[in-house]
Design a protein around this ligand. Structure first.
Ligand SMILES: *Cc1c(COP(=O)(O)O)cnc(C)c1O
Length: 377
């Protein structure tokens, strides 16, 4: 059976990227690797919209998250972590592990954080060193208002704005320098159309100043050391050579399409997916502020979402994701970030209609697909 991956990481890989990575391995200190690394660095600056270097790490996204704490803060520093789901929780856990005193703003799952809450917290804790949050909280499908939050943080404190953009970068606008995002990070296996294994982190001049005095323990994820090497077009350790070669190709694909068009495509696919599931009578898990990277859908009353997920897999070869923790069994998540197009969405919605009917939830055949067609131009 043909397989389709519609999960919020890993995501589908374009044949062009697969082929680029299939070349025989080259040595990372050999002259052939220099243009590969250089092209990747340039492309990342273009994607992050920053004049600064974007570091390339051999790790999953969480490695960059950990480094975003250990490289900029010191023991006992105060921070704010926005916890609106599984990944927000991770910020709080990393802070705790390293002895950073993080004040956690708990947000109900499925809701976006109110920027005013961050302002209040900063007023209470004027010596806050960093505010940690997600662009999209992937566990709930919500998008946070990053532009507004960055402004509020800068207007009310000297804290760094640290954004986990793992399901944001390459999906929607997150211009680092223009919005004053001090640290922006992402991973390879989401919108960047690559296998898991790389993390990327852009760092502002302000944040580099924090790095000078940071005393938290670090060795592998030592960003100052990485920077010293990368500006010489070198890496501190053995880089993930094949993945970086693939990155060159995926960035090239994004450049060919044009970044604005990449964002527009994601917006259109997200819109179609939301229209489709709503026309089937289903409800969004994050109705007020849904992200364009994935759509989290509430399972109909009395049907465990795991049943929908396993039927999609068994009957159509489609893999979507379940909810996590408190949302497990209650929602399913259809991702549309990265290498996806209109046909993927139509196919997913049509399959979902059939599966729902099979599980006893009545949907007029074509209801979801028809609603999606209206926005798929
Ligand atoms: C996927 C994801 C991560 C975690 O990344 P790993 O690559 O599994 O370490 C972190 N944050 C968000 C928002 C994600 O979607």
């Amino acid at each position: 059976m043909k397989k389709y991956l519609l999960t919020p990481g890993p995501t589908e890989l374009p044949p062009r990227v697969l082929l680029a990575m299939a070349h025989p391995i080259i040595h990372h200190r050999a002259p052939e690797f220099l243009p590969v690394l250089e092209q990747a660095r340039e492309g990342l600056k273009w994607l992050f919209k920053t004049k600064n270097e974007v570091l390339i790490l051999a790790s999953s996204g969480t490695g960059a998250m950990e480094g975003a704490v250990t490289n900029f803060l010191s023991k006992g520093d105060k921070a704010i972590a926005v916890n609106s789901g599984k990944f927000g929780e991770r910020w709080a856990q990393i802070c705790k592990a390293y002895g950073v005193d993080a004040d956690v703003i708990n947000v109900e799952w499925g809701q976006a954080v109110e920027p005013g809450k961050i302002k209040d917290e900063l007023k209470k804790q004027p010596d806050t060193k960093a505010v940690y949050l997600q662009a999209t909280e992937t566990s709930t499908g919500v998008v946070h208002p990053i532009k507004e939050i960055a402004k509020i943080v800068h207007d009310n404190s000297n804290a760094l704005v640290v954004v986990d953009g793992i399901t944001g970068v390459g999906v929607f606008e997150l211009p680092m320098d223009e919005w004053g995002i001090d640290i922006l990070l992402t991973g390879s296996q989401k919108a960047l159309m690559l296998p898991p294994g790389l993390a990327f982190i852009g760092i502002s001049d302000r944040a580099w100043k924090f790095a000078e005095t940071s005393n938290l323990p670090k060795y592998y994820f030592n960003f100052s050391k990485e920077l010293k090497n990368i500006v010489k077009n070198q890496t501190a350790y053995t880089p993930a050579i094949s993945l970086i070669t693939g990155l060159g190709e995926s960035l090239k694909m994004m450049k060919e399409e044009g970044l604005e068009n990449v964002y527009k495509r994601h917006a259109m696919l997200a819109d179609a997916t939301r229209n489709g599931v709503k026309a089937m009578g289903l409800k969004l898990y994050a109705p007020k502020s849904p992200s364009n990277s994935l759509t989290a859908v509430l399972s109909p009353e009395g049907i465990d979402s795991g049943k929908i997920i396993s039927s999609l897999e068994k009957d159509f070869g489609i893999r979507v994701a379940n909810g996590q923790d408190q949302a497990k069994g209650k929602i399913f998540r259809i991702a549309h970030m990265g290498y996806y197009d209109k046909s993927d969405i139509l196919f997913a919605l049509a399959s979902l209609e059939i599966v729902l009917n099979k599980l006893g939830y009545r949907v007029e055949p074509g209801a979801g697909v028809g609603a999606a067609e209206k926005v798929l131009v």
